[in-house]
Write a protein that binds this ligand. Structure first.
Ligand SMILES: C[C@H](O)[C@H](O)[C@H]1CNC2=NC(N)=NC(=O)C2=N1
Length: 103
């Protein structure tokens, strides 16, 4: 099934269960930043997230500077946030730890 853009209300309801994530209105994306102990920890998490994302065929937009990882989840095929982004956010929280270093 092609992904469907969530309504704003459905997206906000999903965000209630993802306290480390916010809606970035400019990019229409779920957004989280994570601070790791150092670059090696950040890179390790990126590899684990990347493998999970590729398995799900749903890929993050992200930026890494040393120990900081900024992540945006949006669905290009749906022009906004879909259930796929909510699912990937949940997987990412499991990998990096919910609230562990999140801002
Ligand atoms: C062909 C392939 O399934 C699509 O291009 C997938 C790949 N990964 C993707 N990732 C994200 N974030 N959004 C998409 O719409 C998307 N589409």
């Amino acid at each position: 099934m092609p992904p469907v853009r969530l309504t704003d209300a459905a997206r906000d309801a999903a965000l209630n269960a993802l306290p480390d994530w916010v809606h970035d209105a400019q990019r229409d994306a779920l957004y989280r930043s994570v601070l790791f102990a150092d670059f090696a920890e950040a890179l390790g998490a990126m590899v684990r997230i990347g493998v999970a994302a590729d398995k799900a065929d749903h890929h993050p937009e992200w930026s890494n500077v040393y120990n900081r990882l900024d992540i945006w989840l949006t669905t290009h095929d749906a022009d906004g946030v879909s259930e796929r982004d909510v699912a990937l956010a949940t997987v990412i929280d499991r990998i990096v730890g919910a609230t562990a270093g999140g801002t």
